[in-house]
Design a protein around this ligand. Sequence first.
Ligand code: F6P
Length: 359
Amino acid sequence: MPAPRLGILTAGGDCAGLNAVIRGIVCAAARRNIEVVGFTEGYEGLLHPASTRILTPAGTRGIESTGGTVLGSTNKGRFQLRRGPGGESILSDALVRAARQALDQNRVDALIVMGGDGSLRTALQLSRAGLRVIGVPKTIDNDLDSTDVTFGFDTAVARVAGAVENLRSTAESHRRLLVLEVMGRHTGWLALHGGVAGGADIILLPEIPFDGDLLTKFVRELERRGQRSLVAVVAEGSRAKTGRQIRRQTSTGDSRLGGIGNYVESLVASRTGRETRTCSLGHLQRGGAPTAFDRVLGQQFGVRAVELAGDGMFGRMVSYRFGSVTDVALADAVNRRRVISPDTQMLRHARALGIFLGD
Ligand code: F6P
């Protein structure tokens, strides 16, 4: 009888810690005599089932400390959900058939998907169609409900904090206000944690549309108190109370959040005369080696995913709750965004530290 086989893939935008999850899966599977087959380029790999890689403990040694994903990923391509008649997300029968064929062709018994909200919604559809699927939550935005933290977030926070520190020294030399635009999509977790960790004076979040008058007043007040420089961390999804989110077209024609940092720069500079510059941290937040926390969490998530497969617990997503690794139903985990609320403890603490939060 052939050994049982797990298929794995990494889908959507990458983040630090994906390779740690892969390593965790491969090692935990090997101890149970389970083979691991990696599909490359995200879900696209299911449409090219010949381009798979057998992953072994020896072949993946050391990858837990590296950035990116050794399997490649894509958030474009043909394997996309579409809207059903009632506005719900559905996966065409043809794509479900293709996925089933790819798994059969590679003798795969169950599929582990590492992805963010969109990719896990696709995983849920595959699970509802009868495939044995397990989800592992991944995103620097940390916006997935049903898990207190996703791997990749801690690394991105460290990148933001480091950037704030670097900006502080040059801002101080030139008596400037420096604006740092960071990722996070429609939530401000990354801006909030990165800004607090780096010692920012101002943090603007999507959850709190900012008041331009109060922002200007705050800058003037710090100036009056003799503070030479200011650093503002601005989440890409934030907006002025009187405005809307700002988007830009990428070179391939996609629309992405971006540009609010420049808006804040012009607003403050025109109203206060303060020399201001903007820097967008961009994909530096996603790339590079994961922090120790993300290496540990990633490997733990990988081990848990294999345990779920071993116990036949399909349609589940690995999760981190109250300090331990656990699991939840995929159906409960997707479609619900985790946002910052007025009771979020970190928000209260940031206010207590004297950080201006837009209101
Ligand atoms: O969801 C992760 C994320 O990095 C967001 O924070 C950001 O808005 C988006 O992906 C960027 O996507 P892309 O890499 O496709 O430009």
